[in-house]
Design a protein around this ligand. Structure first.
Ligand code: AMP
Length: 186
C-alpha cells in the first residue's frame, strides 16, 4: 500500500479571496499532493482556490479528478484538462467526492466550503465514516470555526472525542501526514 493508491478530497473556495496567501496555499497544496502521488479529488471548477489547487496538482504531474454538477460547469469554468465526473446535483457531487476519497482536506473558502466540511464532520460524528478531516490554514482563517466547536463541547452538545476526528495544520506537508499517517512518513 502506498500513497499512490490514496485519494484526498479537497474542499475550498471557488473565489480567490482578498488575501493572496490563500491562493498561494492552494497552489502549494496542489503541488505537494502531486509530489506525494496522492490523487486529488475536488469540485472540478477552474476558478478560485479550487482551480488553483487543481492546476498546480495537474501541472506537477499529479492525478486529479473533478466532480462537477452539470449546472455549475459554466459558472465554475469546468477544468477541461483533467478527468471529470459530471453529476446532476450538489448532493451527487458530495457523495461521489466522498466515495472516491480516503481523507478530506479543507482550505479557506466560503459558505459552500463550510457546508461540505460540516457534512463530512457530522457524518464522522455519527460513525458513518472514519476518514480523517484536516483543516489547513497558515493565518488563522479557521479560528472562529474551531472556537465554535470548543463552545459546543463546553456546552455539552458535542462530545470531547469529536476532537479526535478533526485536525488542524498549517502546511500541505502536515496535512498529508495527518491524513495518511505512516504511509506519508514512509
Ligand atoms: P464556496 O466556498 O462558497 O466558494 O464554495 C466552494 C465550492 O462548494 C463551490 O464549488 C460550490 O459549488 C460548492 N458547493 C456549495 N454548496 C455545496 C453543496 N451543498 N454541495 C456540494 N457542493 C457545494
Amino acid at each position: 500500500m502506498s500513497l499512490r493508491s490514496r485519494s484526498i478530497c479537497l474542499f475550498c473556495g471557488s473565489a480567490e479571496g482578498r488575501d493572496p496567501r490563500h491562493m498561494r496555499l492552494a497552489e502549494a497544496f496542489g503541488a505537494h499532493v502531486a509530489r506525494t502521488g496522492v490523487r486529488l479529488v475536488y469540485g472540478g471548477g477552474g476558478v478560485g482556490l479550487m482551480g488553483a489547487a487543481a492546476r498546480a496538482a495537474y501541472e506537477n504531474g499529479g492525478r486529479v479528478l473533478g466532480v462537477i454538477p452539470k449546472f455549475l460547469a459554466a459558472p465554475e469554468i469546468m477544468y477541461e484538462d483533467i478527468d471529470q465526473i459530471v453529476v446532476a446535483t450538489l448532493h451527487d457531487r458530495k457523495r461521489v467526492m466522498a466515495d472516491q476519497s480516503d481523507a478530506f482536506a479543507v482550505l479557506p473558502g466560503g459558505i459552500g466550503t463550510l457546508e461540505e466540511a460540516i457534512e463530512v464532520l457530522s457524518w464522522a460524528r455519527l460513525g458513518l465514516h472514519a476518514k480523517p478531516v484536516v483543516f489547513v490554514d497558515d493565518n488563522g482563517y479557521w479560528n472562529g470555526f474551531f472556537d465554535m466547536i470548543q463552545q459546543q463541547i463546553k456546552a455539552g452538545f458535542t462530545p470531547p472525542e469529536f476532537q479526535n476526528m478533526v485536525s488542524r495544520v498549517r502546511t500541505p506537508e502536515d496535512a498529508i501526514e495527518r491524513a495518511f499517517g505512516v504511509l506519508a512518513a514512509a
